[in-house]
Design a binder for this molecule. Sequence first.
Ligand code: HEC
Ligand code: HEC
Length: 241
Amino acid sequence: MRKLTGAVLATLLSSTLVSAGPVDDELVINNETEIVTRTAAPAHVADVLDEVMSGWLFRGTETRAMEMDDFDNPGMIFVEQAEEQWNTADGSEGKSCADCHGASTEMAGVRPVYPKYNEEAGEVRTLEMQVNDCRENRMGAEKWKYTGGDMVNMTALLASVSRGMPVDIAIDGPAQSTWEQGKDLYYTRTGLLELSCANCHEDNYGNMIRADHLSQGQINGFPTYRLKNTKIGRASCRERV
Ligand code: HEC
Ligand code: HEC
């Protein structure tokens, strides 16, 4: 089985296209916000990677340029829509996000620490779960569809106000078992091709797979605008496998 899987992957990884490493380039947004795109691997992945690298380093020149300027970045339209939503009252309590939280910029530092353990609820919450908890229990509003447009836009707004801050998710203490479940999933072979996430994103980053330049699958820049379907999308790769 192992052999066959390897052969399938070898066929997928185009032999005609040269494998190319990440580019050597600096990401500075709007000429002011420096984004770290390479850093030494933290202890929990140090046995498999030397460096963790943003997917931005694996994109072409034009795509990289788009992310460097909010006027050129088509994803920012969705961030603006979320900003309107942030200030709009909804639900039986007649409250907007801003009524409790102030300006959206007050949320700087929140995205980088999610998913996060919520003491009171006794669960690890994704940012989406937290937003829906506020909608349901604090606003008396309908939950948003987890992967729907309103939710993706709102998480994009929350991410945009934290640009430049390092991802800093606690994976110890009460979050540890959740992290371990995720790690198991990451290394489990699944789908038609019987591949694990790691088979592509750990073993083969830098290689071309069909027309795609395989990255490490880091999600520090998500949600992201997809040129193919002209809207922003969450980090999701299952459909490729
Ligand atoms: C058959 C190979 C393959 C497998 C297996 C695979 N991916 Fe991917 N993934 C890709 C390709 C190709 C892309 C687009 C190019 C890139 O950024 O790597 C991608 C993109 C991503 C991205 C976006 C990266 C960016 O910077 O835009 C994330 C996150 C991701 N994958 C996570 C996962 C996870 C989690 C799994 C396991 C559930 C997985 N992938 C399994 C091929 C794969
Ligand atoms: C009635 C007041 C109220 C409204 C309206 C409200 N929230 Fe909250 N929100 C809270 C409280 C209180 C917390 C802290 C809850 C906790 O820790 O369990 C919170 C926490 C959060 C957090 C996590 C912050 C952190 O540091 O972990 C996010 C993100 C958030 N809210 C987003 C939103 C969004 C988006 C909206 C609008 C759709 C919204 N909230 C509307 C009261 C509100």
